[in-house]
Design a binder for this molecule. Structure first.
Ligand code: F6P
Length: 327
C-alpha cells in the first residue's frame, strides 16, 4: 500500500466512445487532485496517447468552462495497439517516464479491460464508468446515459408530431450495439408502440406486428417503433412491416447525435462525484478499482470483479413496457 503523501502526480484520460459528462469528470479529477496538492497530466487520445506519450499538463484553469461541454477535451480513441503486450509495455514505460503515481481512466467496458491490463503491469489505476450504453454492470449508472436518453427523447417527440399528422409509422434506431438499456428507457419515455433490444430474441410478429395491430384496433393511427442498433436494423424492420401489413414506415437513425450535446445536471453531478472519488482512491493508495453507484451510494470495487458482473435488461422496466404496449 502506498502512503497518502506518496502520490504526487496522476494522469487522467478518456477512452472508447465519448459520452456527455466526460469533461465534467476530467474537471473533477483535476480539481480534486489539485485540492490535495497532486499534479495532473492529461493523456490525450485514450490508450494511444499513453503509448505515444501524448500528454498535456492540466491546471485548475485548463478545466474551466468545460463542465457544460459535451465530447472530451482530451480526445478519445479505441486503441488496437494497446490490446497487444508490446503496446501495454510502451504504455507502462510512458507512465514510468512521466513519474505517474496513478491514472484515472474514464470510459466503458473496453476502457476498463485496458485498466485491468495496466494494473496487472503494476500501474495504479481507477476507472470511472462513462458510456451512453449504461452497460457497466457494477454501476447502476454510467455518465452520459441521461443526456443521450434525453437527446433521443427530444428527437422522437419531434418525429411524433409529423407521424401523428400523417398517420404514419416511424421506426427509430437508437444506439446500443450490445445493450438495450437506452432503447428501453427511451421507449418508455416516448410511449413507443414497440421496443426491440439486443438482449431479447426478436419475434417479429409478436413484438412488432401484433403491437401495431393492437394499437390500430384501439383507435391509434400512428406508431412509434424504437429499435436498438444491436437488435435489428431499422431499415430491415421497416421493410418487413411494409411487406407484412402494407404500411410504409419512415426510418430515422439517430446515430452519433446521441453522443453529443450539453450534459444534463445528472451527468454533470455524477461525473463530479465520481471524479472526486477516483482521486480519493488513488490518494489513499488504492488501485485496480472502479468507481460505481450502487443503490444510490457512491462506492468502488475491484475492476476485475466489476467486469465479471453482468447487467441484464431491467425486468421491471420490461414488464411496465409490456403493459403499456399491450393495449
Ligand atoms: O459508446 C457506445 C456506442 O455509442 C454504442 O452505443 C455504439 O454501438 C458504438 O458506441 C458506436 O461506436 P463508434 O463511435 O465507433 O461508431
Amino acid at each position: 500500500m502506498k502512503q497518502e503523501n506518496a502520490v504526487r502526480r496522476i494522469g487522467v484520460m478518456t477512452s472508447g466512445g465519448d459520452a456527455p459528462g466526460m469533461n465534467a469528470a476530467v474537471r473533477a479529477v483535476v480539481r480534486a487532485a489539485i485540492f490535495r496538492g497532486i499534479e495532473v497530466v492529461g493523456i490525450r487520445r485514450g490508450y494511444n496517447g499513453l503509448i505515444n506519450g501524448d500528454i498535456v499538463r492540466l491546471d485548475e484553469k485548463s478545466v474551466a468552462h468545460v463542465i457544460n461541454r459535451g465530447g472530451t477535451i482530451l480526445y478519445t480513441a479505441r486503441s488496437e495497439e494497446f490490446m497487444t503486450e508490446a503496446g501495454q509495455q510502451k504504455a507502462v514505460a510512458t507512465c514510468k517516464m512521466l513519474g505517474l503515481d496513478g491514472i484515472v481512466v474514464i470510459g466503458g467496458d473496453g476502457t476498463f479491460r485496458g485498466a485491468l491490463a495496466l494494473s496487472k503491469h503494476g500501474i495504479s489505476v481507477v476507472g470511472i464508468p462513462a458510456t451512453i450504453d449504461n452497460d457497466i454492470a457494477c454501476s447502476n449508472y454510467c455518465i452520459g446515459f441521461d443526456t443521450a436518453a434525453n437527446t433521443a427523447i427530444e428527437c422522437i417527440d419531434k418525429l411524433r408530431d409529423t407521424m401523428q399528422s400523417h398517420e404514419r409509422c416511424s421506426v427509430v434506431e437508437v444506439m446500443g450495439r450490445h445493450a438495450g438499456h437506452l432503447a428501453l428507457y427511451v421507449g418508455l419515455a416516448v410511449g413507443a408502440t414497440a421496443v426491440l433490444v439486443p438482449e431479447s430474441k426478436v419475434s417479429f410478429d409478436e413484438d412488432i406486428i401484433e403491437k401495431i395491430r393492437n394499437a390500430r384496433l384501439n383507435g391509434f393511427t400512428h406508431y412509434m417503433i424504437v429499435v436498438a442498433e444491436g437488435a435489428a436494423s431499422a431499415m430491415d424492420v421497416a421493410k418487413k412491416i411494409k411487406d407484412e401489413i402494407c404500411i410504409e414506415p419512415r426510418v430515422t437513425v439517430l446515430g452519433h447525435i446521441q453522443r453529443g450535446g450539453t450534459p444534463t445536471g445528472r451527468d454533470r453531478v455524477t461525473a463530479t462525484r465520481m471524479g472526486y472519488r477516483a482521486v480519493d482512491i488513488l490518494a489513499s493508495g488504492g488501485t485496480n478499482r472502479v468507481v460505481c453507484l450502487r443503490n444510490s451510494v457512491m462506492t468502488d470495487i475491484d475492476i476485475d470483479e466489476g467486469l465479471a458482473e453482468h447487467k441484464g435488461i431491467d425486468t421491471e422496466e420490461m414488464t411496465v413496457l409490456e403493459a403499456m404496449t399491450g393495449v
